[in-house]
Design a protein around this ligand. Structure first.
Ligand code: NAD
Length: 376
């Protein structure tokens, strides 16, 4: 099959969907691979490395005109116009972006959004949300440490003792767990909150303290169970109690990393302006939900998407694409996720995809086909 890998054009996007490592595997499977010149450069993959892997280096039009286009982000209008009707597209296409999916449908593409894969054991090797959130959680802590005018570890020196940084993590999914592990390695003292009580054990196993908030009503208990491993919106009664507990921790914190998300909904507001005011000068918030909260903020309404701002003496980092700041490794993991998904739909030497709708992963990821929008 003719496979194309265009360079990403979204602002700040540095990743690439195929690395020389996965290029070699695709070529080895009998496919013709066309990579746009420079597509991997920001992820440390040169044209020469792709050529050595057996790919052909082409221009953007050459990569977009393939039968199967592998991307990181959804194609722009200009890119869609260069794709062939009936071609297949694979990427992080945002399953909750109805207008974006409609545009792919209208372009008569067969589009797979990898974020829609179920969080099951079989789908783990192609789970792009996990592979990228893991890197994001690590980088959030690195950025926090970089912006924090003090040290993370406790240090006993001849000139006196320096206290360990107090870090609060809000939302303990994949990103939050990695943030805990990374902050721990740097020597911080960590507390973490999540709506799902099942994460308490994971938090404690990483050496952090879980912020307990009781579930008092049947409605609260049911909501806390979530759905498919994801969080559901919690009743206001529980959120109020969580806010009280979180406010105490945030006031004493040096660094807050917030990662709380609810699929398909605005990110919950967990760090109010009053909480920011209560923090010590020089404290840092890295809001990983930046741009996904109500009004463009994140878990904190003072967050400004894509910017680092100083509010009430607190540095608030609103970086919206942390994995793109670690482009080589995030691309390496993403490209392996892509390759693993392809094993479900593309056979060796095949000239066309084989789409088996009995396969729960394939079915969940398929957004549109033959001009029909399948995701409702
Ligand atoms: P996510 O990015 O959707 O959300 C981040 C975290 O925010 C979640 O832990 C969520 O519970 C939490 N959150 C939401 N509202 C909150 C609030 N008001 N206060 C505090 N926290 C709040 O989550 P994710 O990282 O994509 O992980 C989602 C789930 O999928 C987790 O249960 C994870 O363990 C599971 N998972 C399973 C597999 C697998 O089995 N293959 C792989 C990866 C992840």
């Amino acid at each position: 099959m003719l496979i194309g890998v265009p360079a990403e054009t979204a602002a700040g996007e540095t990743r690439v969907a195929v690395t020389p490592e996965t290029a070699k595997k695709l070529v080895g499977q009998g496919h013709l691979l066309r990579v746009q010149s420079g597509a991997g450069l920001r992820a440390s993959a040169t044209d020469a490395a792709y050529t050595a892997a057996g790919a052909e280096i082409v221009d953007a039009a050459g990569a977009l005109a393939a039968d199967l286009v592998l991307k990181v982000r959804s194609p722009s209008e200009g890119e869609r116009a260069q794709m062939k009707p009936g071609a297949a597209l694979l990427g992080m296409l945002d399953p909750f972006d109805k207008a974006g999916l409609q545009a792919l449908t209208d372009a008569r593409l067969t589009a797979f959004a990898l974020e829609a894969a179920p969080r099951t054991t079989r789908a783990q090797s192609m789970d792009v949300l996990s592979s990228q959130a893991n890197i994001g959680g690590y980088k959030a802590v690195m950025i926090a440490a970089d912006n924090y005018p003090r040290l993370f570890p406790m240090m006993m020196t001849a000139a006196g003792t320096i206290k360990a940084a107090r870090v609060v993590i809000l939302g303990v999914g994949v990103a939050g767990l990695q943030a805990i592990a990374t902050a721990k390695r740097l020597g911080a003292v960590i507390e973490a909150s999540d709506v799902r009580p099942s994460v308490k054990e994971q938090v404690e196993s990483l050496g952090a303290k879980f912020i307990e908030v009781a579930y008092e009503t049947a409605e609260e208990k049911e909501a806390a169970e979530g759905v498919g491993g994801y969080a559901r919106p919690m009743p206001p009664s529980w959120l109020e109690r969580q806010k009280v507990e979180v406010a105490k921790r945030v006031a004493a914190a040096d660094v807050v990393i917030s990662t709380a998300l609810i699929p398909g909904r605005p990110a919950p507001e967990l760090i109010t302006e009053a909480m920011v005011q209560s923090m010590k000068p020089g404290s840092v918030i890295v809001d990983m939900a930046a741009g996904r909260g109500n009004g463009g903020g994140g878990n904190c309404p003072l967050t400004e998407a894509g910017k680092t701002v100083l509010k009430h003496g607190v540095t608030i980092v609103g970086e919206t694409n942390l994995p793109a700041l670690v482009a080589a490794d995030s691309s390496a993991l993403y490209a392996r996720n892509v390759l693993d998904f392809l094993k479900l739909v593309l056979e060796k030497d095949a000239a066309a995809l084989k789409i088996d709708l009995e396969d729960d992963i394939v079915k969940a990821c398929l957004m549109c086909r033959d001009g029909t929008l399948l995701r409702t």
